[in-house]
Design a protein. Structure first.
Length: 280
């Protein structure tokens, strides 16, 4: 966990929700009232966000006591209790929605990711996330992918060079784009991996002729062409497949022998896991 990123996220999220005060709790519950609440799992899946919840509770009220019963990455079933929290009822209610929003989203992503990971077990292929994330929540969503057993791709535009189709077209072709990327890294004294997307076998052959990349992204290839592409690369570069890959067909793509499969669906259209925080 990157505490600096998490602390800033929590600070901003609390400010967004609380404004000048939780007037419902302030008006209905006497100051100083103490209480308990438990996080109830209401749907089978993979639990994620417990560590984040602890940070939220601590930032809202360090006097809150949390008894963790289930940790991140645990397969959970309906009715199980993830943790119990005890202390100021005002503080518990202040944290309730933020904890649930984060944990439900993260658990949904971890659950989806883990289903893919289980499907890929017979193959060498690993599943990657993408930059198709919710603005402001990318760190949490990619954290959830890892909890579910997946692998993070680049975090943003700054930690890898990924030459996609538009870059190739604007640069004037495959060779131009690769040469320019390598020259840029050298002149700026940067050590970043270079990945390049190819749209067809001809572009792949151009990449193989030029070299000087670390990974080849084989995008929107039909399965027979994907298999041909992997055979042409023949282990010389790390391979990644993307485009139209979903849970129902992921094993067919993995069977073609790619090292990675990237799936935007892990984060951009996932269903949240049903969780509830209830007083007891």
């Amino acid at each position: 966990m990157d505490k600096k990123i998490v602390d800033l996220f929590i600070k901003n999220a609390i400010a967004e929700d609380v404004g000048d005060g939780d007037h419902t709790s302030l008006s209905t519950i006497t100051a100083g009232t103490q209480g308990k609440a438990k996080l109830i799992v209401k749907e089978d899946g993979i639990l994620a966000g417990v560590e984040l919840a602890l940070e939220i509770f601590n930032q809202i009220d360090s006097a809150l006591k949390v008894n963790v019963l289930l940790t991140d990455g645990t397969p959970v079933k309906y009715g199980e209790i993830a943790f119990a929290v005890e202390g100021s009822t005002h503080s518990i209610l202040l944290a309730e929605r933020l904890v649930l929003n984060c944990m439900q989203r993260m658990s949904g992503i971890a659950t989806k990711t883990n289903r893919i990971v289980q499907l890929l077990k017979p193959y060498q292929t690993k599943v990657l996330d993408t930059r198709k994330t919710t603005p402001g929540l990318r760190y949490l969503e990619k954290w959830a992918v890892v909890i579910g057993g997946g692998v993070n791709h680049r975090i943003g535009l700054y930690d890898m060079i990924l030459i996609k189709d538009n870059h190739v077209d604007y640069a004037g072709g495959i060779a131009n784009a690769i040469k320019a990327a390598n020259a840029y890294l050298k002149s700026n004294n940067k050590n970043l991996a270079i990945e390049i997307e190819v749209r067809n076998i001809d572009e792949l052959k151009q990449v193989l002729a030029e070299g000087n990349v670390d990974r080849i992204l084989i995008d929107n290839f039909e399965l027979p062409l994907l298999k041909e592409a992997v055979e042409l690369i023949n282990g010389r570069f790390v391979t990644e497949a993307s485009g139209g890959i979903v849970e129902e067909n992921v094993t067919a793509y993995a069977a073609c022998g790619v090292d990675y499969i990237s799936m935007g669906a892990l984060t951009h259209s996932v269903k949240s896991l049903d969780l509830s925080l209830k007083a007891f």
